[in-house]
Write a protein that binds this ligand. Sequence first.
Ligand SMILES: Cc1ncc(COP(=O)(O)OP(=O)(O)O)c(N)n1
Ligand SMILES: Cc1ncsc1CCOP(=O)(O)O
Ligand SMILES: [Mg+2]
Length: 223
Amino acid sequence: MNSYSDQRPEPDTVRRQLAVYFIMGSINCPDRSPVAVLREAIAGGVTLFQFREKGAGALTGQAAYELARELQAVCREGGVPFIVNDDVDMAAALGADGIHVGQEDAPADSLRDRLGYKAIVGVSAHTLEEAGRAIRDGADYLGIGPVYPTRSKHDARTVQGTRLIQELRGLGIDIPLVGIGGITPGNAPPVLAAGADGVSVISAISGAEDPRQAAAALAALHG
Ligand SMILES: Cc1ncc(COP(=O)(O)OP(=O)(O)O)c(N)n1
Ligand SMILES: Cc1ncsc1CCOP(=O)(O)O
Ligand SMILES: [Mg+2]
């Protein structure tokens, strides 16, 4: 426990924020403006956004910061928290609402120490052991996957379906959870039925002909 333990993001608030969790960087919408796509997605019902500027052709340095700032402004306008993937320096410089990290990164509490007690800290987990460690280290939510095959992450782990989500809930572990990997409005219901609080998607929204409608279809699954 750290000294901020009673001031961390409320689990029930995080659960609501995870409902429709959109992740995007410039390479996920090469033919459209990421700003326009995010605006449409938020209008459709996105509840949390992660800036993930990663992969072949991704922006770096100042250009990445500029895009991040623009997308953060769109999130502010829409009342949606802005999360940065991996880059704690960027998250700190921008005053982001949180960060999402993998297993190989710094423990959650040390990230919160850097970003402030209110920061939302998400951690990826692929096994029960990884989930347990992330929870002990102070994660606010876990990203579990890939649930289905994905084309958006070249180094994704083995597809695991909803197994780990079900296992965690079966053990009574109630940390906010989001499923990720190949999720669409069509195949999301089993992810929620397994106990996830929401679904996290890249291509289902960024690659949709109508990002607003795609986000709305995901939001509608929450009733
Ligand atoms: C919500 C969410 N869950 C999982 C991930 C994957 O994070 P990571 O394993 O660190 O891989 P990269 O995204 O950094 O390639 C995520 N980004 N978001
Ligand atoms: C970042 C990430 N982590 C596990 S799968 C994945 C990519 C998800 O993208 P998509 O929703 O397009 O499959
Ligand atoms: Mg990462």
